[in-house]
Design a protein around this ligand. Structure first.
Ligand code: ZN
Length: 288
């Protein structure tokens, strides 16, 4: 297992972590200044400063990507909605290509409309089959341009509105169905916050193997959790055994970044960006 205690070469910052404090150009600059080698930006943050500007800043600073957030949200209640989702995923893949991302992360979606407050249907198995069809269709394009797709299973508390793929097992079943040859073009993004509780986590990480472990997202699960979406903790402040899980990942062949992804309305988003990044670096060495 790699030793992270002495340096930050495998630290990446998911740009949501400081999204309230800084624009993307400030985030890239803040990471470059500290020797943080990678980020994983969100599409809205890229759009806010422009795709070309983002690409230029990455090139100038030498900061790379550990992933691109995000594609997905495949289910829809109309044929047009399904087509629109596929178009949007192609655009996400094109942006990820422009920025040289190693993978595009998929938050697959769930009951259409639920995120806005009113589900247009309630059949979660329909949503799941639309997700499978959507990923399969998107894979054709992803293969063509050479952009791996990483399915991110989300904690079941988000099954209605954000992702109806909720366990590693479910995500890997999709990988087996859509990419049985294990080409490396389809895999999973393992986010500790979403999967730490799963009794099958170790065995499913082993099942995935290096070819399907495309990303590793870290933060911590706070007790109590005050908000289901945006009360993630800094590594070391909660109950997730991050180092143990990373050991399982590395035993299975994962050798990439540990990407810090913290949504924290009541704590970290209220602190200065410099303090957040400095804390991420310290905790990366001591807790990840
Ligand atoms: Zn994540």
């Amino acid at each position: 297992m790699r030793d992270f205690s002495g340096d930050i070469q495998w630290l990446s910052i998911n740009t949501a972590t400081v999204r309230k404090q800084w624009t993307l150009d400030q985030i890239i600059e803040g990471c470059a200044r500290r020797g943080i080698r990678a980020i994983s930006p969100w599409r809205d943050q890229v759009a806010a400063i422009g795709l070309d500007t983002t690409a230029r800043l990455l090139k100038e600073t030498g900061v790379g990507l550990s992933g691109y957030c995000r594609g997905g949200f495949f289910p829809a209640s109309t044929a047009q909605g399904l087509r629109d989702a596929l178009d949007d995923n192609r655009r996400a893949i094109d942006e990820a290509k422009t920025l040289n991302a190693p993978c595009t992360v998929l938050v697959v979606g769930a009951l259409p409309g639920a995120l806005a407050g009113k589900a247009e249907y309630k059949d979660i198995s329909l949503a799941r089959s639309q997700v499978q069809d959507g990923i399969a269709a998107t894979m054709d394009y992803a293969r063509e341009v050479g952009m791996p797709l990483a399915i991110e299973p989300l904690h079941p508390m988000q099954a209605a509105d954000r992702a109806c793929v909720n366990t590693m097992e479910q995500a890997l079943d999709l990988c087996d169905a859509i990419d049985p040859a294990r080409t490396g073009m389809l895999g999973v993004a393992v986010d500790a916050y979403h999967v730490w509780w799963d009794p099958k986590l170790a065995s499913q990480i082993a099942r995935a193997g290096g070819k399907r472990l495309l990303a590793w997202h870290v933060c911590d699960w706070l007790t109590p959790t005050r908000d289901l979406l945006s009360d993630r903790g800094m590594m070391g402040d909660g109950v997730i055994e991050l180092r143990k899980i990373r050991g399982w990942m590395e035993d299975a062949g994962y050798a990439g970044f540990a990407e810090v992804e913290i949504f924290s309305e009541q704590d970290w988003w209220l602190r200065p960006g410099d303090e957040v990044l400095d804390t991420c670096m310290a905790r990366h060495r001591s807790c990840v």
